[in-house]
Design a protein around this ligand. Sequence first.
Ligand SMILES: Nc1ncnc2c1ncn2[C@@H]1O[C@H](COP(=O)(O)OP(=O)(O)O)[C@@H](O)[C@H]1O
Ligand SMILES: Nc1ccn([C@H]2C[C@H](O)[C@@H](COP(=O)(O)OP(=O)(O)O)O2)c(=O)n1
Length: 224
Amino acid sequence: MSSTTLATIVVAMDGPSGSGKSSTSRGVADRLGLRYLDTGAMFRAMTWFMLEQGVDLTDPAAIAEQAGKPDIVSGTDPLAPTITVDGTDVAEAIRGEAVTGAVSPVSAVPEVRARLLQLQRDIIGAGGIVVEGRDIGSVVAPDAPVKVYMTADPAARAARRALEEGGSDAAAVEASLLARDKIDSSRATAPLTMPDGAHHIDTTPYSLDEVIGQVVALVEAAVR
Ligand SMILES: Nc1ncnc2c1ncn2[C@@H]1O[C@H](COP(=O)(O)OP(=O)(O)O)[C@@H](O)[C@H]1O
Ligand SMILES: Nc1ccn([C@H]2C[C@H](O)[C@@H](COP(=O)(O)OP(=O)(O)O)O2)c(=O)n1
């Protein structure tokens, strides 16, 4: 018998862009009645704030100086996740090209990570949540009873993203996500990596529904 219950479980979902983390995490949380936290949206919101402030993004010290300032609030309903910065709804703005192009260098600044780590742990609280990002199973929630590391072929990831963006050029999208993968995987603080004890799911050959089913099965086995 394990003492893990749905009320306390933390499901840690990590992987590169377009591997299916957000859609799978929302689907799993919805099916199991859990909360959902998109930590990538928090890094995007921090980046949006830096751009709004006109911070020189080539200067990590300038980014570090501002990292404590924005009030970033994440709603955790998997069917309607929300994100605000100082009360402004930024859900749409953080998906734009300006933020996507700047988010990896901003996320590499240790003061940014320390600030958001604190917010993420506050939201996770006692658990009952699916959390997705790059360092969830390795740094944010290393004791999570279920850890999943999702991957997919770069071409599949780019095709999914391009489709989602309404027909963007798949080759350009692939170049952009591979550039982010490189920065995210090589930074000194909390790089993207497969956490100890993670279940690796290569989502390339599976539908979204199938992947959701695989993760739900892992959670059900952990709470049994
Ligand atoms: N297993 C899958 N098969 C096909 N498409 C998928 C699969 N998982 C996710 N997708 C689609 O791929 C796109 C990117 O998925 P998303 O969940 O946003 O990935 P991530 O959060 O890892 O960047 C979305 O349009 C989503 O619907
Ligand atoms: N836990 C996390 C989550 C995201 N990040 C950074 C690195 C990512 O390139 C950006 C954006 O993450 P996001 O999950 O929104 O990216 P995609 O939706 O997969 O394109 O944030 C991070 O450093 N640590």
